[in-house]
Write a protein that binds this ligand. Structure first.
Ligand code: L14
Length: 346
């Protein structure tokens, strides 16, 4: 351990909901760090964040911030990544990007370690971290893909407000209080789309995450559709998605219908899911045991339950997949990739 290589690591978006979790995980996992550079917008620069007993002062992220940086984790939004990732790469950093900026770039590996860890070594400076809803779904479906093949997926999501950042959490809690106290609600943040129109999230379900494309699907839905094919390495998988925001703080839940390419035994399916890395099977309807966002919050794993054969298509399954969107859905998947890079560069 003592002669292990130590890295200069930058976290861009250090004061955001995901950045905060990345910093916590780097400390908790004892990531081999020589210097931790915490970067943000000018607005948050100057804040002090404790890391392993030391105070680190947050600095404004500029093209020059990446001098000497070996690993850079970005989660400050797509625009910042598009602007700064090329500079970080130029300075020799391997960038792990949590935004949608590079995910579908054919040169950029899109990685969920449990699914396609082998792609990490193909990077040309950037590795993309997939969308939160995509990550937990492909991690859970990978063992079924390998054993039976997958022809089609129909997914509906029930997504937590924390995906849209701390101000969306605040808005949901404030609106809840306003409703309970009989005050008017004044929606300001959700949905995050291209229009100034906002809807109540407290005691509601909003069928819009990210803006709409011309085809009637939202960008969030198109991310699930396109990223699933890229991560699985199989363009033949048919995917359709409906992404819904619900008033939950942490943890995305997903109702997934999946058509397999060959016959299966439900007990074998459950065994495969239970044995898969990073996946926990929680499936005992008799005892009312199934995954819940409140249980998954704060955990690194993805939880799967309600596994059952479809009543009309004997080659299809229905299931419920839950994970903490800020952890496996974002910070943990990114730190996992960083750990592989650190091992590769030892
Ligand atoms: O990484 O929940 O593409 O609003 C975009 C929207 C992550 C979360 C991404 C949300 C996201 C998100």
């Amino acid at each position: 351990m003592s002669n292990q290589k130590q890295f200069t690591v930058a976290v861009v978006g250090a004061t955001g909901a995901v950045g905060e979790q990345i910093i916590r995980l780097l400390a908790e996992r004892d990531f081999p760090i020589k210097e931790l550079r915490l970067l943000s917008s000018a607005r948050s620069a100057g804040k002090v964040i404790p890391f392993k007993g030391q105070d680190v002062i947050v600095q404004e992220a500029t093209p020059d911030s990446f001098r000497g940086v070996e690993i850079a984790l970005f989660s400050a939004g797509g625009d910042i990544s598009r602007q700064l990732v090329p500079h970080a790469v130029e300075h020799g950093a391997v960038c792990i990007d949590n935004t949608s900026a590079f995910r579908m770039d054919p040169e950029t590996p899109l990685v969920v370690p449990e699914v396609n860890v082998d792609k990490i070594s193909e990077h040309k400076g950037v590795i993309a971290n997939p969308n939160c809803s995509t990550i937990q779904m492909v991690a859970a479906l990978k063992p079924l893909y390998d054993r039976y093949g997958i022809s089609r997926i129909i997914v509906s999501t029930y997504q937590a407000v924390s995906g849209a950042g701390a101000k969306a959490i605040d808005e949901m809690l404030r609106q809840s209080r306003d409703v309970l106290e009989g005050n008017d609600v004044n929606p300001q943040i959700l949905p995050v789309g291209s229009l100034p129109v906002k809807h109540q999230i407290a005691f509601n379900a909003i069928p819009q995450i990210d803006k709409f494309g011309d085809n009637g699907f939202t960008y969030e839905e198109m991310k699930m559709i396109n990223e699933t094919k890229k991560i699985m390495g199989d363009d033949s998988i048919e995917v359709t998605a409906t992404c819904v925001r619900i008033p939950v703080v942490y943890g995305h839940s997903e109702s997934v219908y999946v058509e397999l390419k060959s016959d299966f035994d439900v007990e074998e399916v459950k065994a495969l899911i239970a044995d898969a890395p990073g996946i926990v099977l929680q499936d005992n309807p008799q005892e009312q045991v199934y995954p819940l966002a409140t249980d998954a919050a704060g955990k690194l794993e993805t939880f799967v339950g309600r596994v059952r054969r479809d009543l009309n298509n004997p080659r299809a399954l229905n299931m419920w997949i839950v994970s903490d969107n800020l952890l496996k859905g974002a910070a943990w998947n990114a730190v996992q990739i960083a750990e592989y890079i650190a091992i590769e560069q030892q």
